[in-house]
Ligand binder design. Structure first.
Ligand code: RAT
Ligand code: ZN
Length: 423
């Protein structure tokens, strides 16, 4: 007998959409902070309009130079971007359309000639209440921050033991360790760790002790790095040795996954600062070699180039310790999210984490998740409709189970008890 909740073909699309809308998500990579982190907790219209994705677009539609732009105050910068991209242009790009979606959802008029109305609205809010409101609107129940002990402002917050609510998980980000050992060393040395330029046995054990200390302090759900598109593993570099001798053994010992974010070309146009990074095709075979060499470590991986996505899926078919996640940064556009999600569903079923927001400004959760949900829903519906067309009796329970896995279950399973065992 067929199960009672088999979905009728005519109801399939609506059922998938409803399941995607009502299932809360764990946003596994953001740059958000709780209100207790004051200056690091960004929200409101000036921050939204000054998002570096929009700064990059400004110079295509205004004659202002980057040098002139950086001399302005934050609100002057926002005024300029608003005028150039929202008043004198139609907000067609994903980053501009996102601001419109946020404003409309919060009851603001996205066609105003200036930001006065929006500024008044945000000035009347409290950070704590607004965080709660936005998380509810976006249906994000938990999120993972990006926590950088090499950033002095952030380091000071953790050293002061600022309170951190339970739904803001920590991720220990260690870019300097693997991309700029000189900078990492300075921070370690200032904190009393005895490291040298060369990776002597003492340096290796001190670097591990530094990570142990920060793991104890942050109790992170994963450790993470972003790597350039030129990244190869193994190679003759210090980075390979640091990965092999410091990072991977630390992950294995603590039972904490490692997130590889590969494919950035940093500072392609340095005058644009944060907005000046680009993308490049990277070597997926390096990810395979890392997974092969470290069967005791669980890896999360996201790659920035569209051209790397298929090979990353194939790699995940070979290595059960590899979890592809998200459509990162320049890939977080509806058409590409749709394409990548379909590719993953076809190659890996529901065993991936389709998206993270990368939100830097709290309010962005609203549009990033609304837009991603729309596209994930389309891709999932398409996969199910092929299955149903072939005669499979798909049930509502199965739809809910798949969505729950992709939105939170897979991540929860991957990080396991990392947060607790990191004590
Ligand atoms: O997407 C972004 O905002 C980028 O600037 C980066 O932060 C990137 O996501 C990263 O984590 O390095
Ligand atoms: Zn990021």
């Amino acid at each position: 007998m067929a199960p009672i909740d088999v979905v009728a073909p005519a109801e399939l699309q609506r059922n998938v959409e409803e399941s995607i809308q009502r299932t809360p998500v764990i946003d596994i990579h953001t740059h958000l902070y709780p209100a207790s982190f004051r200056g690091l907790c960004l929200w409101g219209i000036d921050e939204l309009v000054n998002y570096h994705y929009l700064v990059a677009e400004l110079f295509r539609s205004s004659s202002v130079s980057p040098e002139q732009f950086w001399r302005l105050t934050k609100s002057q910068q926002a005024d300029l971007i608003w005028d150039a991209l929202f008043v004198k242009n139609t907000p067609l790009s994903e980053a501009t359309a996102g601001v419109v979606a946020v404003m409309v959802k919060l009851g603001l008029d996205p066609c105003q000639p200036n930001l006065k109305q929006a500024r008044e609205y945000f000035a009347s809010l409290s950070a704590e209440k607004h965080i709660e409101h936005v998380l509810n609107l976006a249906n994000v129940k938990e999120l993972v921050m990006t926590n950088d002990p090499f950033n002095p402002t952030e380091r000071a917050m953790w050293e002061r033991n600022e309170p951190c609510p339970g739904n803001f998980h920590r991720a220990l980000r260690m870019d300097p360790v693997l991309n700029d050992w000189g900078k990492a060393r300075q921070v370690m040395t200032a904190a009393g760790f005895k490291t040298s330029e060369d990776l002597t046995p003492q340096t290796v054990s001190e670097a591990r002790r530094f990570l142990d200390l920060w793991i104890a302090r942050l109790r992170p759900v994963y450790l993470a790095v972003s790597l350039p598109c030129t990244f190869t593993y193994p190679d003759e570099s210090q980075r390979t040795r640091l990965m092999r001798e410091v990072v991977f053994p630390t992950c294995e010992q603590h039972g904490i996954p490692f997130a590889l974010m590969i494919g950035v070309s940093r500072g392609v146009n340095p005058a644009l600062r944060d907005a000046g990074d680009g993308v490049g095709y990277a070597d997926t075979a390096s990810v395979e070699r890392i997974c092969l060499e470290n069967p005791g470590v669980r890896f999360l991986a996201t790659m920035l180039s569209r051209e790397n996505q298929h090979a990353l899926c194939v790699a995940a078919r070979k290595f059960s310790n590899l979890m592809p996640f998200g459509c990162w940064w320049f890939l977080n556009n509806p058409s590409i999210v749709r394409e990548i999600t379909s590719e993953r569903l076809e190659l890996l079923g529901a065993t991936t984490i389709p998206q993270h927001s990368d939100a830097r400004i709290l309010d962005q959760l609203i549009y990033k998740w609304a837009h991603s949900r729309r596209m994930i829903s389309g891709a999932l519906y398409e996969s199910y409709s092929h299955l149903v067309a072939d005669g499979y009796p798909l049930t509502r329970g199965q739809i809910d189970r798949d969505v729950e896995r992709m939105f939170s279950g897979n991540f929860r399973h991957w990080v396991g008890s990392a947060e607790h065992s990191a004590h």
